[in-house]
Design a protein around this ligand. Structure first.
Ligand code: ANZ
Length: 749
């Protein structure tokens, strides 16, 4: 047989599989549907590095195994192609984002294709193309119709570098999560989605999901549900989670944004200063407490004592009621404030929680979650499908005018308002359709809107009558397995869950949750242990790895490099190791015999069990090591059926070499259409034992028998095989210890 040449076989099989349309779902599959989805990538101009496809390889391994198990697998890929980087590039070079994005998509796809990921490419889409964003806009209008998309004036997070507002979720430690600029507050009229209507369901729904616990915790914290009570201190209603501490409330604080605060000139300067601080700064633990005492006292309803009222920035205007009761004896933050302001501490007993609630106020539940700000003053996003009449009232753009196209005659450089405002074509289009004096909305949508529903589109990607047909949605949703990085996904996961619930309530979906099983992929670091980045010059391009070692070796390596969700450094030595393994598999063909090889039965059945369970459990590294253990157990010969089973187990990881070896055996159809092997329970443990054969206590030979073999069975074998015993003749006493020893004692001695 020729030497292993990955270049020759990999291209050949990729072409074959595409020709045979092997990766489309199979409607008649016996086990029903299984929908596997990757968090779709942003096709950046820089292309892929070896870290990007790790998650895709894992889903591909899963998809290939599920198909072999008899499922109809939906496994698609598309592009999250709106967003700031293409726009930044346009500003720098004057190249229209459409041009750079389309180029990047082609480049990304060719890189991914080299790895033989078994996507059904016929379902590919890109969110920046009108046939996709037509439906993003349609969904926006459904939200608008139901009052779930609304416009509101208020303080928003403004990134001075990106020249756009940000959602709360996109502000991390007071900074823009994208560019790290310090975010400032601005009063602007913006579009919001009413995600707060679904806060409870977004918390409660987590229970039913097979997700990493840490991800669930992040979602719960973000939503921040607290149950407590609202209690009136005269005209000021406070929110507290500890009504039982009310006897110790020695002061009240209102937020600088509280409507009452404006009536006290003594606090005016303080209030103006607080405006420029971020929530994080204001509430940071250990921060020096500041505030201003107002010329106002209110009665503590439990003690009847008049207590002073302060304005202080550690109380936030948009949480609870924007007012708190200060209990320095029970709360550290309050104690720090009281110390700073010279307020007395009153050591008082706790009341019964429920009694306090029933006596002084109403029980309430509060949430940290705010409505989702979705408008952006940027170019490269889906235009918000709204127009304004000459009086300034908002109107939905009727369906027949969707997609409401993104204009191209714009100035990309933003000047604090949306670039769409510079388009003459958009203004003319609006007046032509709606009348003189009408004007278009010029903001675009946050790209998180696209990613909140894209996975629904895969079920019916070419439908131009609906975002997907009810039948297709019913057939495929929810996603059975969803895989992507853990970073930045709190938002995406929460928004997508929100969309599902809204569309369900509109009667358009019949599921409650989009992602039943979720797993996170760990980063692949550079060999130097740092993040791979152009900046460090340590990026490894998968094209080079595939050219040198082959896609099969690279796939095996990425699955073998360590626990799937850990951050692990790339190692060329490790890659050389998996390449050697593939070469040894290639060499195995020479050892295939027609005779059975019982010694491999146990290692093979163990491999079938472990590889199958480990793929399902996302323990790909130990699955690969079990395949290596099996290969090591092959000692000179392997039967044809054992060899075939082994190739099937390896097929999801190394699809090319296994299909080649499979065809070399004379098969005419692909190994990927075969059934996943089943193991035999009885062959999982090695049940042959070696029994010492003794004459008068001296070792004369050994025999191998099944564990638990009877004296007669062993005797028959010994008489056939051990010369020293045959020579003994009659008159022999036998001492037999099962599974260990058979000793012959001649009676005439
Ligand atoms: C009195 C008290 C006594 C409190 C005690 C806590 C401990 P979470 O769990 O985050 O909901 N609070 C209420 N509204 C606030 C606002 N707008 N800005 C800053 N703090 C606010 O916390 C609720 C608690 O945070 C409330 O319960 C209130 O302080 C404070 F021993 O009331 B507590």
């Amino acid at each position: 047989m020729a030497d292993y040449d990955h270049k020759e076989i990999e291209k050949k099989w990729q072409d074959e599989w595409i020709k045979a349309e092997q990766f489309k779902p199979r409607p008649n599959a016996p086990k029903g549907k299984y929908y596997i989805c990757d968090m779709f990538p942003y096709p950046s101009g820089a292309g892929l590095h070896v870290g990007h496809p790790k998650g895709y390889i894992a889903t591909d391994v899963s998809a290939r195994k599920k198909r072999m198990e008899g499922y109809s697998v939906l496994y698609p890929m598309g592009w999250d192609s709106f967003g700031l980087p293409a726009e930044g590039y346009a500003i720098k070079t004057g190249t229209p984002p459409l041009e750079t994005t389309e180029k990047s998509v082609i480049n990304y796809k060719s890189q991914i294709s080299n790895l033989a990921l078994s996507y059904d490419w016929s379902r590919e889409f890109a969110t920046h193309r009108p046939d996709f964003y037509k439906w993003t806009q349609w969904i926006f209008l459904k939200f608008f119709e139901k009052g779930l998309a609304y416009k509101k004036n208020g303080p928003v997070n403004w990134c001075p570098t990106d020249q756009t507002v940000l959602a709360n979720e996109q502000v991390v430690d007071g900074k823009c999560e994208r560019c790290d600029s310090v975010v400032v507050k601005k009063d602007l009229e913006q579009w919001y989605f009413k995600i707060t209507d679904y806060a409870d369901e977004l918390v409660d729904g987590l229970e039913s999901l097979d997700w990493p616990e840490s991800t669930k915790i992040n979602q719960r914290n973000w939503i921040g549900r607290s149950s407590g009570a609202e209690i009136k201190f005269d005209d000021i209603t406070v929110f507290t989670t500890r009504p039982d501490t009310i006897l110790g409330a020695t002061y009240v604080v209102i937020a600088p944004e509280h409507p009452l605060a404006a009536g006290f000139p003594e606090a005016a300067d303080y209030i103006a200063q607080a405006k420029n601080k971020s929530d994080i700064e204001r509430t940071a633990e250990g921060k020096e407490k500041t505030g201003v005492k107002l010329s106002l006292t209110v009665l503590n309803p439990a003690t009847g004592v008049a207590v002073p009222v302060y304005v202080a920035d550690y109380v936030l205007g948009h949480y609870g009621t924007g007012a708190v009761m200060g209990v320095p004896a029970h709360d550290e933050r309050d104690a720090a404030f009281a110390a700073a302001m010279g307020i007395p501490v009153s050591e008082t007993p706790l009341m019964n929680f429920d009694e306090a609630v029933s006596k002084f106020g109403t029980k309430v539940t509060k949430y940290k979650l705010r409505d989702w700000l979705v408008s952006r003053q940027r170019y490269w996003g889906a235009p918000i499908p709204i127009v304004y009449d000459p009086e300034g009232n908002a109107h939905p753009i009727p369906d027949e005018h969707l997609p409401w196209l993104l204009p191209t005659d714009v100035e990309y450089l933003p000047k604090g308002t949306s670039p769409l405002g510079s388009s003459k074509e958009l203004q003319e289009r609006t007046e032509r359709i709606f009348g003189a004096g009408w004007r278009p909305e010029i903001d675009t949508m946050d790209t998180f809107v696209d990613s909140s529903w894209y996975f629904m589109r895969y079920t019916d990607p070419h439908n131009d009558q609906a975002f997907a047909s009810p039948d297709a949605l019913k057939q495929w949703l929810p996603i059975d397995l969803y895989v992507g990085g853990a970073e930045h996904t709190v938002l995406h996961l929460m928004y997508a869950r929100f969309f599902v619930k809204v569309l369900r309530d509109m009667g358009l979906l019949s599921i409650n949750e989009p992602f039943m099983k979720l797993r996170h992929v760990g980063l692949v670091l550079a060999e130097d242990g740092r993040k791979m980045s152009k900046r460090w010059g340590n990026v490894i391009n998968p094209d080079d790895v595939v050219a040198r070692f082959g896609a099969d070796s690279m796939r095996l390596y990425e699955m073998f490099m360590g626990p799937f969700n850990n951050a692990i450094a790339w190692s060329t030595d490790g890659l050389v190791g998996t390449r050697r393994f593939v070469e040894r598999v290639w060499g195995l063909a020479a050892l295939v015999t027609d005779a059975p090889v019982p010694a491999l039965d146990v290692p093979l059945n163990q491999a079938i069990k472990k590889v199958g369970e480990d793929i399902d459990g996302f323990k790909f590294n130990t699955a690969v090591s079990q395949l290596m253990i099996f290969l090591n157990a092959v000692d000179g010969a392997i039967s044809k059926s054992q060899y075939e089973s082994f190739l099937k187990l390896l097929a999801p990881f190394a699809p090319h070499v296994t299909d080649e070896l499979w065809h070399n055996l004379g098969h005419k159809t692909s190994i990927h259409l075969e059934e996943w092997p089943a193991y035999e329970e009885s062959k999982l443990v090695d049940d042959t034992v070696t029994i010492a054969v003794q004459v008068l206590g001296k070792l004369r030979g050994t025999v191998s028998v099944k564990r638990g073999a009877s004296q007669d069975e062993v005797l028959a074998l010994v008489k056939a095989e051990v010369g020293a015993v045959q020579a003994l003749g009659e008159g022999v006493r036998v001492i037999f210890i099962p599974d260990r020893v058979i000793n012959f004692v001649p009676t005439h001695v």
